[in-house]
Design a protein around this ligand. Structure first.
Ligand code: SAM
Length: 288
């Protein structure tokens, strides 16, 4: 029988966020797959856990992934950890989970620290519907295309960003969404210098110009206000009807055409057009 792959989140800055289940899982598995063993060994030492480790990161996933799957199929259990936070969320793991799912290997995700959810919940922006955009592409053309596709996005948007790219990213966001759009800058979450700044894109760009950003950031951007489509009024319909009448089209045909075009009920439009005609006889003498 196949073993289980456990996705084990690790603290994003505060060792107090280590959970009992995380420790139990790391202690009970046969081996640990880590993004960077030098980082994870510090945590394991802190927890007094000694386990065989293998490396699983972006650059060796093609070989390391299938090797881990073979061990799982042979009955061993594995805990996947990354440097910080939840595996598979802008971190290695997505492909390994897919491989395991394909091979019908059980995968258990242990809930725990994740920068995006921590940021969203503290942002003060709507949380009911949101979209996680991860890191924006570095390539200029792809980045522009990515941002353009978000122009009409109504959901709250979340981005991960490195401090040295923050100023450029905020400038691009302002160019795309306008300076008034609300944004929450979540810096160093769960750490000593945790900071949550609720501002606008103008305010955020200004802030970056005065102090160069340090630490890790999640950007939480308000969505676009919904575009309220006002249904066309009967008055607008009647106006169009009499434009067509002026071109010699019969009242019946004009009403038919306009009701189809504007989605207005034909009977109501006809009645309104007749009433209008009756009360504007003198002005409409040439469209009878
Ligand atoms: N898997 C991780 C998770 O669950 O959040 C994310 C890993 S991703 C490679 C690293 C990015 O997450 C950072 O560049 C930053 O945008 C964000 N991040 C991680 N820890 C953070 C923290 N303590 N405060 C703010 N952002 C953080």
């Amino acid at each position: 029988m196949a073993g289980t792959l456990y996705l084990v989140p690790t603290p994003i800055g505060n060792l107090g966020d280590i959970s009992r289940r995380m420790v139990e899982t790391l202690s009970s598995v046969d081996f640990i797959a880590a993004e960077d063993t030098r980082v994870s060994v510090k945590l394991l030492n802190h927890l007094d856990i000694k386990k065989p480790m293998v490396i699983y990161h972006r650059h060796n996933a093609d070989t390391s992934g299938p090797a881990i799957v073979q061990r799982l199929l042979a009955g061993e259990s594995c805990a996947l950890v990354t440097d910080a936070g939840t595996p598979a969320i802008s971190d290695p793991g997505e492909d390994l989970v897919a491989l395991c799912a394909g091979a019908e290997i059980p995968v258990v995700s242990i809930p725990g620290p994740c920068a995006l959810i921590t940021a969203l919940s503290v942002s003060g922006l709507p949380t009911g519907r949101f979209t996680f955009e991860g890191f924006l592409p570095m390539n200029k053309k792809n980045r522009r295309a990515h941002l353009d596709a978000l122009r009409r996005e109504e959901r709250t948007m979340l981005f991960y960003e490195a401090p040295h790219k923050l100023a450029a990213t905020l400038a691009d966001l302002r160019e795309t969404f306008g300076g008034d759009r609300r944004i929450t800058l979540c810096r160093e979450l769960t750490k000593l210098h945790e900071e949550v700044v609720r501002t606008t894109l103008d305010g955020a760009v200004e802030r970056c110009a005065h102090q160069s950003p340090k630490g890790e950031y999640v950007l939480v951007l308000a969505g676009c206000p919904p575009v309220v489509e006002t249904p066309p009024s009967l008055e607008a319909g009647v106006e169009k009807v009499y434009v067509l009448r002026g071109k010699g089209i019969s009242l019946r045909d004009a009403v038919k055409q306009v009701s189809k075009e504007l989605g207005l009920p034909r009977n109501e439009l006809y009645a309104a057009a007749v009433t209008y005609k009756d009360s504007h006889q003198s002005e409409l003498h040439d469209t009878k």
